[in-house]
Design a protein around this ligand. Structure first.
Ligand code: ADP
Ligand code: MG
Length: 396
């Protein structure tokens, strides 16, 4: 794991809607090329996590880094630190040393707020610069090894255009989101060709022939045919619509896809086809996928690592195999017990475990946090639970 490249780094992410803490202090990494499964029951904050990452919200607190680049930055934690320091100062009774300390805390956090605002505002510009530099570097190498001056000149011209486009690239085009309900996310008045090509048009491409060729290429990639291009979304089945949604995403040549319950609304019989398609794309395009689901049965076979969410919190995170070998958090065990067993005899005796947080945990004295029980295996627990979990994995 250590030598894997971190593509997405989510750090203390909080997204609050008034009193609703939809996502509350969630941290995880997604490695380049992997499928990261995010699982939890309806309403636990999975979609909000995805939407925060693609910058639909100005997040409440925390940071998101994409390729080392801070693309989301919230300020609430800094504001709270300032508030607490001011309160202590107002309370009087502080030594001169403590006063200096508190003043430094206030000054430092003010700087963090400024930095967060700047990062949030400049994310696309900075990202564009980075992309442009990467493209330029690629071409510098090509030009250096080109056989003659004529070829060098051709490459220089091509580089100029591509670097210009790269400067305009936005982070949201690099992370594409696919949604559960393809019909709600496809404009009914647009043809399939227009829907799939729209992203390129928005990005500033004007060459109609280029766009059309790209659209046909994408139709082929997702298993549709050229005849489909002129039709409208309602003429397609659910599975085909999801393919259109996928084509619309990958035409932007993203590095990462966030697939938000992409098969939940589909017939059981065609779910595997969509999963297989995503798997193919992952291999062909070197895609990284964050796959959101409300139960473990789907992500089990498809994900390299799995994060389990409960009520805005990430409660467990591990390699898929490890999670199934040593499920530690009681909520994970409850999710596991909900997976039907293919063998009818065993399925009859399957017992569903319900998770009742008030019964399971006593957090009155000692507070929980996300702790690493085995390398790469994290559980949200307190001291007593951590001890118990460590004993459990040691004895198995
Ligand atoms: N735009 C919003 N405004 C207010 N509350 C929201 C909004 N989006 C989501 N929520 C609330 O945040 C919580 C998490 O929702 P969501 O992320 O959609 O969960 P999931 O995708 O896991 O089903 C829910 O309580 C939901 O009602
Ligand atoms: Mg959702």
């Amino acid at each position: 794991m250590e030598n894997k490249e971190v593509l997405l780094h989510v750090e203390h992410l909080c997204q609050y809607f008034g009193p609703t803490k939809a996502v509350d202090d969630v941290s995880f990494d997604v490695y380049k090329g992997e499928v990261f499964g995010l699982v939890g029951e309806s309403g636990c904050g999975k979609t909000t996590t995805g939407r925060s990452i693609i910058r639909i919200y100005d997040i409440t607190s925390g940071s998101v880094y994409f390729k080392g680049h801070r693309i989301c930055a919230g300020t609430l934690s800094y504001k709270e630190a300032i508030k607490a320091a001011r309160k202590e100062l107002r309370g009087g009774n502080v030594t001169p040393e403590r006063k200096a300390e508190l003043e430094k805390i206030i000054a430092d956090n003010k700087i963090e707020i400024q930095k967060a605002n700047i990062d949030q505002k400049n994310a696309d510009k900075e990202y564009g610069k980075q992309r442009a530099a990467e493209v330029q570097k690629e071409y510098d190498e090509l030009i250096a090894s080109a056989p003659d001056e004529q070829e060098k000149e051709r490459l220089r011209n091509e580089a100029k255009q591509r670097v210009k486009a790269a400067k305009r690239s936005k982070i949201v085009t690099q992370i594409q989101m696919i949604f559960q309900d393809p019909i709600a996310s496809l404009n009914p008045r647009m043809t399939v060709k227009e829907i799939i090509g729209e992203g390129l048009v928005i990005q500033g491409y004007t060459d109609k022939e280029y766009i059309e060729n790209k659209v046909y290429e994408m139709l082929d990639v997702v298993g549709l045919v050229p005849e489909h291009a002129g039709r409208y979304p309602h003429e397609f089945s659910g599975g085909q619509r999801q393919r259109i949604g996928i084509a619309r995403s990958i035409i932007m040549n993203p590095e990462m896809i966030i697939a938000d319950e992409p098969i939940s609304a589909l017939d059981v019989s065609i779910r595997a086809q969509v999963i297989n398609l995503l798997n193919d794309l992952r291999e062909k395009m070197g895609l990284t996928i964050m796959f959101i689901a409300h139960d473990l049965s789907v992500v089990k076979y498809f994900s390299d690592r799995i994060g389990v969410m409960y009520y805005g919190k990430l409660v467990e995170l591990a390699d898929s195999d490890e999670l199934f070998r040593h499920p530690l958090h009681p909520y994970t065990n409850s999710l596991l017990s909900a997976i039907p067993i293919p063998d009818p005899a065993t399925e009859k005796t399957r017992v569903r475990i319900t998770y009742n947080p008030l019964e399971e945990h006593d957090y009155t004295v000692n507070q929980p946090s996300l702790r690493e029980i085995l390398p790469g295996h994290f559980v949200y627990c307190n001291d007593e639970e951590e001890k118990r979990y460590r004993e459990k994995v040691a004895n198995e």
